[in-house]
Design a protein around this ligand. Structure first.
Ligand SMILES: [Zn+2]
Length: 336
């Protein structure tokens, strides 16, 4: 079936496009040209390749609710193996997002979040020295992890020494997967960077990252935003200032909200979009932080927002947050 869409965003605004859909698969998407005959269906508004939250906890929030709230792809950054096991099979499931996960929280003996009521005991793996690093990482990889999550929270308890931190990063890289760190407390973001960690689970918020360090981080790290978890106050201001300067140095920002952590809109969070705009990302940069390009060939990920992008910033934020997943097999009944 050929579907013409008024406007398509896939890494850039592509304007009027022709989608070819077969059953539940998107076969191709391209700019419409003058030679094209009429389509089987015309749909208004904007189609996206699928929206991603790079920081969620499926042990604390329902995957189906995240999909219903507009997310096509989620990265779980710490949940019990029993919750994640069904997602280790990459088969696409109707009504659920694509899931990549870290597996268990890897932490030092007595370290965060072992004492937190929200952290199920089986969601935490204690690593008590460099000799324990490889097996802790291998356990996550065998369970299907696409990355590992290491906890460096000196504000809440003990953290890894340099030898253990280095061994964990080395073990992950030996397995060919990147490392995501929760860095909290003085100097922990710097330690993560120096150890070769690729991604921070949160924009640093417990201290101002110095300019020189921040520029170095921008060349090799990605930061997951999670600005809205701080509400609005001094921690939010520190994080926003760090993110603004990280971005100005060319750093790559990934939209992420820590869904499951505290009360927030389930699915797309307009307050996070607002915060990203406040941190100096323009609208294209916000879209880049949240959209996942289609894989070559086929995909099932489509999202749709009604109407064109509004000019007014406040309306633009609520418009983007109104985006919902569109299953290819259901396009006809939805728009006919
Ligand atoms: Zn989290």
């Amino acid at each position: 079936m050929d579907v013409d869409v008024a406007n398509l965003w896939s890494g850039a605004w592509l304007g009027r496009c022709r989608l070819t859909v077969c059953g539940d698969l998107l076969v191709s998407a391209r700019r419409r040209n003058a030679m094209d005959g009429s389509a089987d269906l015309e749909i208004p508004g904007v189609v996206f390749a699928g929206l991603r939250d790079a920081h969620v906890h499926l042990g604390l929030v329902d995957a189906g609710a995240l999909f219903a709230g507009g997310l096509a792809v989620v990265h779980d950054l710490g949940s019990p193996p029993s919750v994640l096991a069904p997602f280790a099979d990459p088969a696409v499931r109707a009504g659920l997002p694509e899931v990549s996960f870290a597996g268990q929280f890897l932490t030092a003996p007595g370290g965060y979040p072992t004492d937190r009521p929200w952290a199920a005991a089986e969601s935490v793996r204690v690593v008590d020295g460099p000799q324990a690093a490889a097996s802790a990482v291998d356990t996550q990889v065998r369970a299907g992890a696409s990355f590992v999550k290491i906890m460096l929270n000196s504000a809440a308890g003990p953290v890894f020494d340099d030898a253990t931190l280095g061994a964990l990063v080395g073990a992950a890289h030996a397995d060919g997967i990147p490392v995501v760190a929760h860095a909290e407390g003085r100097g922990q973001a710097a330690r993560a960077f120096e150890a070769g960690v690729e991604r921070l689970a949160h924009t640093p918020w417990t201290e101002r990252v110095p300019d020189e360090l921040l520029a170095a981080m921008a060349s090799s790290m990605r930061w997951i935003s999670t600005l809205d978890i701080h509400g609005r106050g001094s921690e939010f201001d520190v994080a926003t200032d760090n993110l603004r300067r990280f971005r100005a140095c060319g750093g790559v920002v990934m939209y992420g909200t820590d869904q499951g952590n505290g009360p927030q809109t389930v699915g797309l969070n307009p307050r996070e979009f607002d915060a990203l705009l406040d941190a100096g990302l323009d609208r294209v940069a916000v879209l880049e932080s949240i959209t996942v390009p289609w894989p070559p060939g086929t995909s099932t990920r489509l999202a749709w927002a009604p109407g064109g992008p509004p000019t007014d910033a406040r309306l633009w934020v609520s418009w983007l947050a109104s985006t919902r997943n569109l299953q290819p097999a259901q396009i006809r009944e939805q728009f006919a």
